[in-house]
Unconditional design. Sequence first.
Length: 264
Amino acid sequence: MYSIARDSYKIIIELQISIIKKYNVMKIQGRRIRNIDKYLLDIPDRTTFRIALINPSDFRSKVSDAGFDELIPDVQMLPNIVGNKSKFNAEGGFIVHRDRQKERVYRDGFIKDWHGNYHTVEIPYFRYPRTEIPPPSVELSIAQDRDNNLLIVSPEFIKGESNLVDILHVVNLFLELFGECDTVSSDDNIPLYQNGIVRRLNWTVLPKGEYPWARLRNDVDLLIENIKESYQPIVRQRFEIITSFNPNFVAIGSVIFPKNSYRY
């Protein structure tokens, strides 16, 4: 039994070494990193490269959680929110200015009238001023190397001082989603172009046809389960009103947002 386990471990180590030799990559592992410089030492300045997950089939569960239900070449999408880094990637953030006076702002609230209908109202409250930070909205795609092996890759980067913040963000995004990543370039047996027309999967388009409320209700209930319970009735009511106009085209967002993630 010990001999079998030792031989299996040896095979795994040899496989990992062969992958590193094949791609000449810099592997990055952990929960997150604070400084990207040391991980880019093997990449010359002004060189084009990508951040990649090699052998994504070894990370089936994490790859699925990120939104890639199937590993299909040339598919591109915004990864699902699984933590703080992917949340910032999809939604952005804000800087709170606690050194300034509070200001009056409004958030949506909902009331129910005597007839059981919900209505939106604006509720005033005071908070410190905020500066919004736009979301990076980095999308990941599935590419193939010259041997037809699949990888999950970032957009292209050019190594330079002005890009270090963006590179650090993407590396930490990969670490949050998959636990590891590599830096790869065209010299690592990986072409830096897509093989065909990129298919973006941030939306699922339902088949053509009429979509009355009775047909859409189950889909809507699945979508709004990630919204605060107090908001769900008004959202459901809005969908019902929209479907009363008999739409013949419906698309559903594929990116999963965490419960209670909406900000007002």
